[in-house]
Design a protein around this ligand. Structure first.
Ligand code: PRP
Length: 209
């Protein structure tokens, strides 16, 4: 394990940029991160920190396997990926929720298998399993709202933020599944061996968010 640096997986885009602003505020700034470039590993010698730019859904696997020590990722990805990592802080931004939605007027028939379209098959499977209902999961890669409109599915499991996408497509929330926000996650071995550094980060984040 590279003990000198703290390695952080972070997604490109809004989630990563907001996450970086928080880490910067607690002393983990990195000049290279703030420059326009195509580099995927950005280092601050001064703060002994290295940012690794990955796809948001890949953050948990980099952390689980110890390729990085910590990562910033949405709770949606954490729930879907089901990786062995510690969730060590709630960053309190990127707030939204997982919901079950359907066409206005639709109601679930308890004796029929529910057809569920989603980008989040594990989240959907777990939710319906835990509530004791039979489902058929239809995994899609986007535009999930379309599925009930054209009869591909009965309901969807998706992220709802403002509710606008649902509303404009004649869909409505049937049930809420769970709250989502950006989280900090840590590799289990790193948490042990770089505990002082990671604990300090947790404490400082607690103070500011
Ligand atoms: C998410 C989600 C909904 C939308 C909800 O999509 O899948 O489509 O946001 O937001 P709203 O409640 O504010 O309308 P996202 O933009 O992340 O892209 P995606 O279609 O690739 O999932």
């Amino acid at each position: 394990m590279d003990m000198e640096y703290l390695n952080i997986a972070i997604a490109k885009g809004r989630l990563g940029n907001k996450g970086y602003e928080i880490l910067k505020e607690i002393g983990l700034s990195c000049k290279e991160f703030e420059q326009e470039s195509r580099k995927l590993i950005l280092t601050s010698e001064e703060n002994k920190v290295r940012y690794v730019l990955v796809k948001a859904v890949d953050v948990p696997i980099y952390v689980e396997r110890g390729a990085v020590d910590i990562g910033i990722v949405g709770k949606d990805t954490i729930l879907e990926e089901e990786r062995e990592v510690y969730e060590i802080a709630d960053l309190n931004f990127g707030k939204c929720k997982f919901s079950v939605a359907a066409l206005e007027g639709y109601s679930i028939d308890p004796i029929k298998k529910i057809r569920v379209a989603t980008k989040y098959p594990n989240v959907a499977k777990n939710y319906f399993f835990n509530t004791g209902r039979q489902v058929e999961i239809i995994k899609l890669n986007g535009s999930v709202e379309l599925a009930p409109l054209i009869g591909l599915s009965d309901v969807i499991v998706d992220i709802v933020e403002t509710g606008r996408t649902l509303r404009e497509n004649g869909l409505t929330v049937l049930e809420d599944i769970s709250d989502i926000s950006a989280r900090l996650i840590a590799n289990k071995a790193s948490f042990k061996f770089k505990n002082d550094r990671i604990k300090e980060i947790m404490e400082k984040i607690e103070e500011i968010v």
